[in-house]
Design a protein around this ligand. Structure first.
Ligand code: AMP
Ligand code: ZN
Length: 113
């Protein structure tokens, strides 16, 4: 399958890893939108939020358990951060492998527009 995040998870494309375990991987976004911009992905290919179900939602729960640890390590745990999951064309999704943006290091505008 021609999926860039599957290739990153398999180590076929390099990434600046900040966390890895058997289920998930976190790495720096190549085009950061904020001073801290980490992507957290399941190693399993899940296209987007529409494909989360009772068989795979444990990986999403795991991602949400790990994000606060990553945020703390990145120095944004206390001041705060935003977790973003884009789904589909109108959601702004450009890579069709479920991923969670962790954004911080500056005051983020809301609503995002
Ligand atoms: P989205 O628009 O929500 O699908 O987010 C995809 C994100 O992946 C964007 O923020 C891109 O900058 C990022 N991205 C694309 N290719 C790479 C890569 N090879 N390494 C790290 N981040 C990437
Ligand atoms: Zn994939």
């Amino acid at each position: 399958m021609d999926c860039i995040f599957c290739k990153i998870a398999a180590g076929e494309i390099p990434s600046k890893k900040v966390y890895e375990d058997d289920m998930i991987l976190a790495f720096h976004d190549i085009s950061p939108a904020s001073p801290v911009h980490i992507l957290v992905i399941p190693k399993e290919h899940i296209p987007c939020a529409n494909n989360i179900n009772s068989n795979n939602s444990n990986v999403v729960a795991h991602i949400y358990e790990v994000i606060p640890k990553i945020a703390k390590e990145q120095g944004i745990g206390e001041k705060g951060y935003r977790i973003v999951n884009n789904c589909g064309e109108d959601g702004g999704q450009t890579v069709g492998h479920l991923h969670f943006h962790v954004l911080g290091g500056r005051n983020l505008k809301w609503p995002p527009g």
